[in-house]
Design a protein around this ligand. Structure first.
Ligand SMILES: [Zn+2]
Length: 272
């Protein structure tokens, strides 16, 4: 999925009077198209005049959070699921603001580079997006995570880092919307839900998702790849959120940054 906008990163955008922040309903598609040309406001803080302001960009410029799944798989999140990063994700997912996808893709690429180095050093990076449910694809006009992975790979290749996307996972049975379930329900919902399709990836894989909360989905993706014989280097996401009852989200307001650096709340988890 090449896009001439990728190499340039965030689109240069003209200024335009701000519009309503969260238009929905029948006009949402037209609204999304208009946002390509005239962004209403910043996707992180809603300030008018630019799609992604310098202040919000700085919140994503910090080093990715270093986490682990309960099985020890490295997990890197560009940011905690709070503040501008959370708003950015919601704007991209729920408001379908396509002009913000390069911002998310760049953050995902940074998270990939923060994983432990591949073995052997210099091996190509293979991004494997978590597959979307059919309902999600319908709601978002396609497979959002696959598109973000493709954009991240494109940006990495443009920077001289060999990176490819392999859509190696498929949803093999019906699963419910994770956001409607509790931690245990999420784990049960996705247990055994993914399978590898096509040839088993030959290079170590990096699983890509947009947000990780209770880790159930990421854990299932890693499990399916390994069960098929693939090697998995780690998981990356834009934002990571702690499940209810877990310690404060790493990097969230009030969280100790020193603790956030190697937080393992995911060990409690299940989930998304
Ligand atoms: Zn902003």
């Amino acid at each position: 999925m090449t896009d001439p906008r990728d190499a340039a990163g965030l689109l240069p955008v003209p200024r335009h009077p701000p519009g309503p922040r969260r238009a929905r309903g029948p006009g949402a598609a037209l609204r999304a198209a208009a946002d390509l040309l005239w962004p209403a406001d910043c996707g992180g803080c809603a300030n008018p005049g630019t799609a992604w302001c310098g202040s919000c960009a700085r919140t994503l410029a910090a080093a990715p959070l270093e986490l682990r799944l309960a099985d020890g798989t490295p997990l890197r999140a560009a940011a905690a699921h709070t503040g501008p990063a959370r708003e950015l994700l919601l704007e991209v997912k729920e408001r379908r603001r396509a002009e913000l996808r390069p911002v998310v893709a760049a953050a995902l690429a940074g998270a990939v580079r923060a994983l432990p180095p591949p073995s052997p050093p210099g091996a190509p990076v293979l991004l494997v997006p978590v597959p979307a449910r059919r309902a999600s694809r319908r709601a978002r006009g396609g497979d959002l995570v696959a598109d973000l992975a493709a954009r991240a790979a494109h940006a990495e290749r443009a920077a001289g880092r060999p990176t490819a996307v392999v859509r190696a996972l498929r949803v093999r049975r019906r699963v419910a919307d994770q956001t409607l379930l509790g931690a245990r329900g999420r784990r049960d919902n996705v247990a055994g839900a993914f399978a590898v399709r096509g040839p088993v990836p030959a290079a170590p894989c990096v699983v890509v998702d947009d947000v990780v909360t209770t880790t159930a989905t990421a854990t299932e993706a890693v499990r399916a790849l390994r069960a098929a014989g693939a090697a998995v280097r780690g998981v990356v996401c834009l934002t990571a959120a702690a499940p209810p009852g877990a310690p404060a989200a790493p990097g969230a307001a009030g969280a100790d940054p020193a603790v956030a650096a190697r937080h393992t709340w995911a060990e409690r988890g299940c989930g998304d």
